[in-house]
Design a protein around this ligand. Sequence first.
Ligand code: ADP
Ligand code: ADP
Length: 237
Amino acid sequence: MAKQIVMLGPPGAGKGTQAKMLAEKLGVPHVSSGDIFRENLRAQTELGRHAGVYINRGELVPDDVTIAMIRERISRRDCNDGVLLDGFPRTAAQAEALDEMLSDLDKGQVVAVAEALDEMLSDLDKGQVVAVPCIIVPEDVLIERLTGRRTCRAQGHVFHIAFNPPVQAGVCDFDGSELYQREDDTVETVTNRIRVYHERTQPLIDYYQQRGVLLEIDGNRPIEAVFDGILSALTGV
Ligand code: ADP
Ligand code: ADP
């Protein structure tokens, strides 16, 4: 049984930041739907052009397009031992599609990092999402985080001008590439994205809560403290 973890939380909660750290710790790929869309936008693929219209308005890309993209990504070999999904699922239809995909895919054995995590995973049903850390942050903090976010062009590393600044302004600490402000990180688009989150993604919290896999995490703390909170929630199940 493989590790299938879904990171939930409103835009700006710190999903991407935490998902990168956690994926590294667990040794599974970090699959971010937003990053894949942005790569396609940059490469001007058909998918990118199609998705770009929705992204720049702060709306969700249609489910069929998003589901097909994620299906293709998680069926690759590097996801055999599990995957950390960031930004997907975001709607009830996507969550159902994910469960189907996981039970369709023949996944390999788990190579767990922590004994407790290993036990937790082997106890849970095959082909399902096993843990859903949900990062909770007040709305005014979300807006501050998103409007000050800076993203690296090469690999999507994330910084904040005040809360998590790079060593040299405008330059990624990890790969030296340029940091830019995402077009959808303006106050107007951000406000719309938070509204869309409440409408479309909030129901997933109930869905996963009923299944007993939701882990509520206080995200209004320094990055390292949030990470410790996620790790202890994952190993304490
Ligand atoms: P999401 O993927 O949920 O939209 P990000 O991980 O991109 O969120 O984080 C949004 C912004 O907030 C980024 O600029 C990031 O550097 C910053 N950030 C992330 N976690 C924290 C935190 N715990 N405290 C302060 N700022 C944070
Ligand atoms: P954030 O880090 O702020 O939560 P993302 O990078 O995850 O934002 O997503 C940026 C945009 O990409 C979304 O506003 C939406 O238009 C699109 N997108 C990402 N993931 C999905 C998804 N699962 N379903 C539909 N649209 C998505």
